[in-house]
Design a protein around this ligand. Sequence first.
Ligand SMILES: Nc1nc2c(ncn2[C@@H]2O[C@H](COP(=O)(O)OP(=O)(O)O)[C@@H](O)[C@H]2O)c(=O)[nH]1
Ligand SMILES: [Mg+2]
Length: 217
Amino acid sequence: MQKNIIVLVGPTGAGKSHFIDILAGTNWANKKMAQRAVGVRDKEVALSLEGSSTSVVLVDAPGFDDATRPDSEVVRDVVSWLQAQYGNRPHILGVLYFNSIKENRAVGRPQDGLHDFWLMCGLSSRENGERVVFVTTHWDVLGDKGKGDIRRELLQTVVSGVGGIVTDFEGSKASAEEIARGFLRQRPLQLNIDTTRVKPQKLAKPPKVKRFMCSVQ
Ligand SMILES: Nc1nc2c(ncn2[C@@H]2O[C@H](COP(=O)(O)OP(=O)(O)O)[C@@H](O)[C@H]2O)c(=O)[nH]1
Ligand SMILES: [Mg+2]
């Protein structure tokens, strides 16, 4: 049976697992690092839209901006997982791209990971416009709301070039439902998965620093 799949991506700590916790009543986010499941996992949740209930699968991805491996390899994990679960031609509703509003580095280069994601799925970054929602989080712990607004504006500028929309997660279940429900208003998109379309990449090495020997007489 066709599933309504939403894929959650973004840097570690941005709030992907927390969002699922709020929506589905799981307890994933506050586990200690060692207890956190590495890899991809999913949770099915019922969402109501216009009086009827629809089941949605939330797919929780490993974090982007990982110092040990490039985002393209994280993307490969997610797409390979989709393929293993649902075959080469699954349908997805869309992608939620998480950004903590308290982080300066939050914006990063979302276009790269998304480019690889769509390419492995047989589609292109043109899909960003309709299928990617950038979710800002951590508004409740922001001391200075003005800083959040500036970061949001920066994110909005990046997203204008990448495609997609920006929305704020307010922390409540109602807010999480509203964000996920937005995808139910459009038809699921069929993928054509082939992860070999993107060549495996190594993390770019930091430039070598020359060492000078100096002798003190
Ligand atoms: N106060 C607050 N905490 C959050 C929010 N989103 C996530 N967190 C917390 O931030 C930490 C990292 O979140 P997590 O969901 O594990 O991030 P992930 O790596 O993207 O899955 C956890 O302790 C969460 O409980 C938020 O919007 N507000
Ligand atoms: Mg997580």
